[in-house]
Design a protein around this ligand. Structure first.
Ligand code: C2E
Ligand code: CA
Ligand code: CA
Length: 762
């Protein structure tokens, strides 16, 4: 705020001020209000105040009424008065054409920046999604919400959405009208984003200098320090701003060998003032050019702040340092895990991405190690949370002590830590680091002198910048999981086999998703036969996936993935609707009991939304199927830890008149209590027991016991997987009610169902 005051004291026509705050706090709101008041008092009508929240949280700002969004400030030259969204396609292209002639498009901040990566303006002005040349289509058909509005009316989310679209590379730019109603096209070169955002938002001066010492690019803070518009700066020799023997010093600074050094010197601003700066340099090879990137920290600011503090009364100085501490604490909170002080996931992802960008240039490897403590839950459960917390802090300290200084240690979940090790040589090196961590853990001692702990470490290595932070984390997680399932206590690499597995899973998921979208999941029907007379009582609907080549895939190839990814919910819905539509087309009058029933498999996940009863009701209404004709089969395992809401839904469904049965009975652990509480009508005896009926006395006894149990509970028993006449005979003798199996028919396509005639054993 004091800088605001300072700035508006210098007489100028208008003022553009950007206030950086950290977090949505009272402190921020007060600072914003103060700054606004200052401007109103002294330069009313001639200023534009923007607020950037360095945390990206805009909630405080919304209520402050100041137009602000961190992304916006970084992308747009201000002030922006209108965002125009109702241009037609034709407008857009004519505007683009006119614009790169140079008159309607003011050079944006980005276009003026030099550098060989920049595209010509012409290239920038078209949306890059060529499939959809209308930029507003690209933004998800949100045309309506993009009609012209004044800046204060624009919803923050809309801007964020547009900026997100640019950031994601979905559009290449958009159009804004400025105060005078003139339209401008703003564009971005997406490849440069992170770099540009960073450079544009930093407080320090930054410049790129050619190998011959010419300034190719300068950011706004540097232009400010030198009191020279940056358009003018570009193309000038840097030495022009270094007084006296400066040419020599700047030359020394820029000499290739000197890259990486930090020097303090004085810059000479255009109006003759000496600006003390600390200069840092780094080399940058861009398309064969050896460039130097320089940063300039203005030491006079720091010095005047120190002076300021020195001249303030003690209480004020205390207050000020208090404020600074509070600010530091705020920034710390948003980036660190409060328990261990380690970086959090946000910081980690950023660091990984940066490490990847670097290894893309250098060709080096980046390793991500996912560390999960073995048995942490046990510590928490048996010794309490305080002990758990202390263990986690201990682990954090151990990790930090064990890694190299350039590595990052982060905590991203309860007992999940991640180590980012940039610049490793080989995969073997990464494993070595993992083993080193494990040794450190085994030597760890807690306060009570307890022994070391064991952990599972999964490692993913990117060679030459392959992948993204999310991919590496996912891979390392997967590798860790693999280590865990092999007993834990060691470090394992995410290898080709695992990669294949992961890719397979992802592709299986997308295959299934598209099959669902394209209605290529169909129902086959297997008859269920009454054992007293051999009549067909109904059919079980079984899912099949029709592949692109017309081949039919069995559920074993997609149901597990569907369960894993929750796609089983839409799949179950489609199956239910399909199955209920069929019975009215069946007319097997002579061998079938009327009305025929249809049994549909239901996954435990279908209860999660709480809507299953109404879904069932709707399907019955739409297909005009009598409720009593519908049977639902639940897998026993899905009701092991029976949720009260699942029970509620089952009761509602039963009240509709739909019958509910337990599938694969005998393979799970459904307790008798469950059996009694559930509104069941039948159980299906698992095929594995039926299979052994003729060979295995144990199986025979189980089948017999299950049939008796079902009878005692008043439930129908249905034997699955009946393949031989002997099995059939046996089941009949044991008093089983119904049967299903290849002996009668394999699951049939809907057209085969209509001409189905059961074999006669009666
Ligand atoms: P399930 O519900 O236990 O279905 C019975 C399975 O046994 C079916 O396999 C059926 O083709 C097979 N089968 C029937 N008789 C015999 C026999 O005599 N011998 C042998 N060897 N097998 C027999 P399918 O169609 O491959 O389905 C496998 C499983 O996939 C089903 O087991 C069920 O758990 C699941 N599933 C199928 N459709 C759906 C569905 O729409 N939703 C859900 N959630 N799961 C489904
Ligand atoms: Ca079933
Ligand atoms: Ca079954």
């Amino acid at each position: 705020v004091s800088t605001v005051e300072e700035t508006i004291q210098a007489p100028q026509e208008s003022y553009e001020l950007t206030l950086f705050v950290s977090g949505a706090s009272d402190l921020s709101s007060r600072a914003i209000a103060e700054a606004k008041q200052l401007c109103e008092d002294h330069v009313a009508g001639r200023y534009h105040l923007s607020v950037v929240d360095v945390h990206g949280d805009t909630s405080a700002l919304r209520s402050s009424g100041v137009l602000a969004t961190p992304t916006l400030i970084k992308y747009l030259p201000l002030p922006v008065r209108h965002l125009v969204g109702d241009l037609s396609k034709a407008d857009w292209s004519s505007l683009s054409e006119g614009a790169h002639g140079g008159d309607s498009a003011e050079p944006s901040t980005f276009q003026t920046a030099a550098g060989s990566r920049m595209h010509s303006p012409k290239q920038q002005l078209f949306p890059i999604d060529h499939h959809s040349p209308d930029p507003f289509d690209v933004m998800g058909g949100r045309r309506q919400s993009l009609t012209p509005k004044s800046a204060d009316q624009i919803r923050m989310e809309e801007m964020e959405e547009m900026l997100r679209a640019i950031g994601a590379g979905e559009v290449d730019g958009f159009v804004v009208t400025d105060n005078g109603g003139a339209q401008q096209v703003f564009t971005m070169v997406t490849a440069d984003h992170p770099f540009r955002m960073f450079v544009e938002s930093m407080r320090d001066g930054a410049a790129t200098v050619s190998s011959t010492g010419l300034i190719l690019f300068a950011n706004q803070p540097l232009a400010h320090m030198l009191r020279c518009p940056r358009e003018t700066l570009v193309g000038l020799p840097l030495s022009a701003f270094i007084p006296g023997g400066g040419a020599g010093r700047s030359h020394a600074l820029l000499a290739p060998g000197k890259v990486g050094v930090t020097v303090e010197l004085e810059l000479l601003s255009v109006d003759g003032a000496a600006v003390p700066v600390r200069v840092g340099s780094a080399g940058l090879d861009l398309d064969g050019d050896h460039l130097t990137c320089l940063t300039f920290t203005d030491l006079s600011v720091q010095r005047s702040q120190d002076r300021e503090i020195a001249t303030l009364g003690k209480s004020q100085a205390d207050q000020l340092s208090h404020l600074r501490m509070a600010q530091a604490a705020l920034i710390d909170q948003a980036t660190h895990d409060p328990l261990t002080g380690l970086s959090n996931r946000v910081v980690l992802v950023d660091r990984i991405d940066r490490a990847l960008a670097q290894s893309e240039r250098s060709g080096a490897c980046t390793a991500v190690l996912f560390v999960d403590l073995d048995e942490f839950k046990h510590v928490n459960d048996t010794q309490g949370h305080a002990a758990g917390d202390s263990l986690l802090r201990n682990v954090a300290d151990t990790l930090v002590a064990a890694v190299r200084s350039m590595d990052t240690v982060a905590r991203i979940g309860g007992d999940e830590f991640v180590v980012l090790a940039p610049g490793v040589d080989t995969e073997a090196h990464a494993v070595e680091i993992g083993n080193h961590l494990l040794r450190a853990f085994s030597e760890m001692r807690d306060n009570e002198g307890g022994v070391g702990i064991s952990a599972s470490i999964g490692i993913s290595v990117s060679v030459g910048g392959r992948g993204t932070a999310e991919i590496l984390l996912q891979e390392a997680d997967k590798a860790m999981y693999q280590v865990k399932s092999n007993g834990g206590g060691h470090a394992g690499l995410f290898d080709v086999a695992l990669r294949d597995q992961l890719e397979e899973r992802l592709s299986a998921q997308s295959v299934l998703q598209s099959a669902l979208d394209e209605r290529r999941i169909v129902a086959y029907f297997q008859p269920i036969v009454d054992l007293s007379d051999g009549m067909v009582t109904g059919f079980e609907a079984l899912a099949r996936l029709i592949d692109f080549d017309g081949s039919i895939r069995a559920p074993a190839t997609f149901i597990p993935i569907a369960e894993d990814t929750r796609l089983v919910v839409p799949l179950g819905g489609q199956m239910l609707a399909m199955a209920c539509g069929h019975p009215s087309t069946w007319d097997l009058t002579s061998h079938a009991r009327q009305p025929l029933t249809v049994a549909v498999n239901v996954s435990g996940r279908q209860f999660e939304s709480g809507e299953l009863p109404s879904i069932v009701q709707n399907v019955l209404d739409e297909t005009a199927l009598a409720a009593a004709q519908l049977h639902l089969e639940l897998v026993e395992t899905s009701i092991i830890d029976l949720h009260p809401d699942t029970l509620r839904q089952l009761r509602l469904i039963r009240e509709l008149g739909v019958e509910i049965g337990l599938d694969d009975f005998g393979t799970g652990y459904a307790s008798l209590t469950h059996l009694r509480r559930l509104p069941l009508s039948f159980v299906k005896i698992d095929r594995s027991f039926v299979d052994g009926i003729d060979t295995d006395r144990g199986d025979e006894r189980i089948v017999s016991a299950v049939i008796d149990l079902a009878a005692n509970l008043g439930l129908r028993s249905i034997a699955e997987g009946v393949e031989t006449p002997y099995q059939l005979e046996h089941l009949r003798k044991l008093g089983c009610d119904q049967a299903q199996g290849y002996l009668f028919a394999k699951p049939l396509s809907p057209s085969d169902v209509r001409c189905y005639v059961p074999p006669s054993f009666w």
